[in-house]
Write a protein that binds this ligand. Structure first.
Ligand SMILES: *Cc1c(COP(=O)(O)O)cnc(C)c1O
Length: 404
């Protein structure tokens, strides 16, 4: 067992293993298990195939009137229709953006700034959101908004009662993530949405880690929902914001008025086509995928917890997305653990990728009440769809060895 470089993987493009990010050397003796799918995913073959014509032949600007432009325009509208069909909404409720970060910024800033005109300047969110949400809220505080950051319990869950109690007459917007990107916990989004609906308050959810992993019933979910392509086998730099009909927001990016004035800038046609393919692929067979991955996830969790002293699982064991394993080890440096695992051919992460490189312990783990020591000694593994039992066991063995 050794490691190979990433270019080696390209030789295997088209093999089953390449697609989900398990790189196998030409002689079949070397491999690299990619277990960081919450950070990003490999672009799938079907997505690449769907995009290729829009790099090569169909390179028109969707706003142009000649056939090349119209073809590109149709591709964007077909992609919008495909996503709407899979998500269960109207095509005109889907707005393409550059990804999760932009969708979060657009939803939160765009909605809050409009609500401020009605004198509503209160926002409710949670302490363990992605920085795209937390820093958007911080930016709004500088514009005179008041933000309530709801704490999370030791399971990594926010309750509907917490949201309900925080609402006041000035509340403009509630934003709570669907699945936490570090610990994988699933929040009671449909219940929170119902409370917001009853009280007539706008509700946004960052569903970047949820789309393709859990079935989403949009009408019961939120009036605004963020999705990112590169977390579901589309390229980086593409995503969408779902905006329910009737919800008005201000644009954050001004310009030529594309996306019905909500998001100016020439649409990234190939990436949009790829995103539609990825959403369709990843939302197929979610129950089967969930059942299989949940079993593998629990096998890895059990294996690691049983064979390491003082370790503990971060986040609820049941209200948890099917591919997330997050475990803390006392007296262990998360950074060191990652380097050792890298040598053993495993790509993993400690805390979130965005926080990597900084020595600050994860804000999510601290928010759940973990000590700084346990927060620093955390390991996140997010496995891919085609992981085998054998690979799961190899991960367990390697983690146990690296920790000891
Ligand atoms: C990755 C991620 C984002 C950011 O999405 P980008 O497309 O990388 O900007 C936002 N929220 C969550 C929960 C994420 O996991």
């Amino acid at each position: 067992m050794g490691t190979i470089n990433y270019m080696g993987g390209q030789l295997l493009r088209g093999t089953k293993n390449y697609i989900q990010g398990v790189y196998v050397g030409k002689d079949n003796s070397m491999r690299y298990i990619y277990a960081d799918n919450a950070a990003t995913t490999a672009v799938s073959e079907s997505v690449i195939a769907a995009m290729m014509p829009y790099f090569r032949e169909e390179y028109g600007n969707p706003s142009s009137v000649y056939h090349l432009g119209r073809n590109a325009g149709s591709a964007v509208e077909n992609a919008r229709a495909k996503i709407a069909e899979v998500m269960g909404c109207l095509p005109k409720e889907i707005y393409f953006t550059s990804g999760g970060t932009e969708s979060d910024n657009l939803a939160i800033k765009g909605a809050a700034r409009l609500k401020a005109r009605q004198g509503k300047r209160h926002i409710i969110t949670t302490v363990f959101e992605h920085p795209a949400v937390l820093k958007s809220c911080k930016a709004l505080e500088n514009e005179g908004f008041f933000v309530t950051y709801l704490p999370v319990d030791e399971r990594g869950i926010v309750t509907v009662e917490q949201v309900s109690k925080a609402v006041c007459g000035d509340t403009a917007l509630v934003t709570v993530m669907y699945v936490n990107n570090e610990i994988g916990t699933i929040q009671p989004i449909e219940e929170i949405a119902e409370v917001c609906r009853e009280k007539g308050i706008l509700f946004h959810t960052d569903a970047v880690q949820a789309v393709g992993n859990i079935p989403i019933n949009l009408h019961e979910t939120a009036q605004m929902l963020s999705c990112s392509g590169h977390k579901l086998h589309a390229p980086k730099g593409i995503g969408f914001l779902y905006l329910s009909t009737g919800v008005e927001i201000q644009p954050v990016i001004s310009g030529g008025g594309q996306e019905r004035g909500i998001r100016s800038g020439t649409p990234n046609v190939p990436a949009i086509v790829g995103l539609a393919q990825a959403v369709e692929d990843s939302c197929k067979n979610i129950p089967e995928k969930t059942a299989r991955l949940t079993a593998v996830r629990d096998r890895i969790i059990r294996g690691i917890l049983e064979n390491t002293k003082g370790s503990c699982l971060n986040g609820d064991s049941r209200l948890r997305v099917c591919n997330n394993i997050n475990i803390s080890f006392p007296g262990v440096s998360g950074e060191m653990l990652l380097l050792l695992l890298d040598k053993m051919g495993i790509c993993a992460s400690s805390g979130s990728a965005c926080a990597a490189g900084s020595l600050d312990p994860s804000h999510v783990l601290l928010a759940m009440g973990r000590s700084r020591e346990m927060a620093k000694g955390s390991l996140r593994l997010t496995v891919g769809e085609d992981i085998t039992d054998e690979e799961a066991d190899y991960i367990v063995k390697s983690v146990v060895k690296a920790v000891s």
